[in-house]
Design a protein around this ligand. Structure first.
Ligand code: N01
Length: 496
């Protein structure tokens, strides 16, 4: 591995699912001169950070994993966060990735030097800068907890916990707990809290569409089949993939099938909630799919437990003792759980990125982020994004999308090294054409149908989701099309 002085072939930022996956694919291509820079002391990203009670994936594990690292031992259809973290750690050791990881290395910024074709990677805590021919920015969109902008937040004297930084030492027994938020994290946390706490008040701003979840334990015989029958795991994965792919028609696009999804969710609500007033409070007023669909069998029952209460009055302020709602009631709470999502940089970059000619990516993305096929950006050669702009699925596994991005970017990195390129950069006109088409297609999707969600900027620009099938997303990334790129060799020859 290189020293700080000798440029690396690749610097990967982040040891979450994406960074680890990219590292595995690089090694499989014979590229070994790379490091993974990880700010924490452990791998796992989202699955290291989200350890709240009930944390689990709402996509089946067989599909929420890499096809190149199948796991016959998933315990359930939908696995919990600890099991997913174990899966990531097993990959790290099984594929020999651990020696590449530099823990406790926080990246502070990236700057490209056109003369040498190298990125300089700034590091916190006085560590010397690194240089690398290519950078994979795999820091993840859901890395930093987001707290709401509610007056009085700083004056609260009780205990506060964010879903993505759970405090396992806090004893909820007998406590008055307030939960702010009713998104994907909240619906997993609330049933667990209701079991432990004295009382739970759930502060809902917008009710979501909730679909039933059928979670089965995988028995020994099935695991045996997965282990011993060639192709059994990939067949099961394919079945899950196509099952999810088929719901795109109702979840991604506004179509008659969206009504079918809504009817299934309403039947679930009617089946689980008897009280018509509560049902009304829990009925969404936006199209299914617009916000992330929630998958839960125990959320509605938890809300109806004796010690739980749904509060739908808007929050006016947080007081030293609890939460004050708009009608003037103060709800005292020993602890506030913020299930309020993440700080997401759709109009900026997680760290400063300076490209060719001193351009600043955050400035270019001020109106909303964009890229070429979500992975590369004109003006920023040899930089590769995972979970970049418009790479999110609404109906299928993020890991399928991630794998497509990783294969694409590792092919491109292979090209840079094989041809000894100084710069590989997407052509701006191709990038513009790609995004113009993408935004036209987004207009017909459920996400752009008029609800507030973390997918959109304040102005309603969708820089997050990919408007299509997973198959289309993967196909557009199947192999690097050289016609999309400007390649510059070391002696400044531009290959057109
Ligand atoms: O966050 P969210 P999350 N006053 O942003 C509410 C992934 N994930 O952590 O809807 C009152 O979805 C906000 O209300 P509203 C998944 O991609 C995956 O739950 O904006 N309420 C909302 O209810 C997901 O999409 C899994 O009106 C306020 C909640 O806080 C993403 O993570 C599991 C408020 C935030 O919901 C984020 O999910 C969990 C305020 N001022 C998460 N501000 C899997 O299973 C915010 N809220 C894979």
């Amino acid at each position: 591995m290189s020293t700080a002085n000798k440029p690396l072939d690749v610097a990967i930022i982040g040891a979450g699912f994406a960074g680890i996956g990219a590292a595995i694919r690089l090694r499989q291509k014979g590229i070994t001169d790379f490091v993974i820079l990880e700010r924490d002391e452990r791998v796992g990203g989202t699955w290291r950070d989200n350890t709240y009670p009930g944390a689990a994936c709402d996509i089946p594990s067989r599909l929420y994993s890499y096809s190149f690292a199948p796991n016959p031992d998933w315990s359930h259809t939908y696995s919990g966060s600890a099991e997913i973290l174990r899966y990531i750690e097993t990959m790290v050791d099984g594929f020999g990735i651990r020696p590449h990881i530099r823990f406790g290395h926080t990246v502070t910024g990236l700057e490209f030097d056109e003369a040498t074709g190298l990125w300089t990677v700034g590091l916190a805590d006085g560590r010397p800068k690194l240089r690398a021919r290519s950078v994979v920015l795999a820091s993840g969109p859901l890395a930093n907890p987001g707290f709401p902008n509610i007056p009085g937040l700083d004056r609260y004297e009780g205990h506060r916990i964010h879903s993505a930084r759970w405090d396992h030492d806090y004893d909820f027994t007998g406590k008055k707990v307030a939960v702010i938020g009713t998104g994907a994290s909240a619906v997993q946390i609330i049933p667990e809290l209701v079991r432990k706490a004295g009382s739970v008040k759930v502060f809902q701003r917008t009710p979501g569409w909730v679909l039933p979840r059928v979670n089965r334990r995988t028995n020994g015989l099935t695991k045996q089949v997965y282990r011993q029958v060639p192709g059994a795991q990939s067949l099961a994965r394919e079945a899950w993939f196509w099952g999810h792919e088929s719901v795109a028609l109702g979840v991604v696009w506004k179509s008659p099938l969206t009504r079918v999804v809504e009817q299934v969710a309403l039947a679930h609500l009617r089946g689980q909630v008897r009280d018509p007033w509560l049902r009304r409070q829990l009925t969404p007023d936006f199209r299914a799919g617009c916000k992330r669909l929630l998958i839960s069998n125990d959320y509605y029952p938890a809300l109806q437990a004796e010690n739980c209460k749904l509060v739908t009055w808007p929050i006016a302020a947080i007081s030293p003792q609890g939460i004050r709602t708009a009608e003037g009631i103060e709800h005292r709470a020993d602890c506030i759980v913020f299930a309020t999502g993440f700080e997401i940089s759709k109009q900026g970059t997680p760290i400063p990125v300076i490209g060719r000619d001193g351009r600043v990516l955050a400035d270019e993305w001020r109106g909303g982020a964009y890229a070429f096929k979500s992975v590369t950006v004109a003006g920023y050669p040899n930089l590769f994004l995972t979970f970049g702009p418009n790479s999110g699925p609404g109906h299928n596994s993020a890991l399928v999308y991630m794998e497509a991005q990783i294969d694409y970017l590792t092919d491109a990195i292979g090209l840079i090294l094989d041809r000894d390129l100084r710069m590989l950069e997407p052509r701006r006109e191709r990038q513009d054409r790609y995004n113009a088409r993408l935004q036209r297609r987004l207009a017909a999707t459920t996400w752009n149908s008029g609800c507030r969600s973390w997918y959109l900027t304040e102005d309603g620009f969708n820089a997050t989701m990919y408007p299509g099938f997973g198959t289309q997303f993967a196909r557009q990334l199947a192999g690097v099309d050289l016609a999309d790129f400007e390649l510059t060799t070391r002696d400044t020859v531009v290959i057109r």
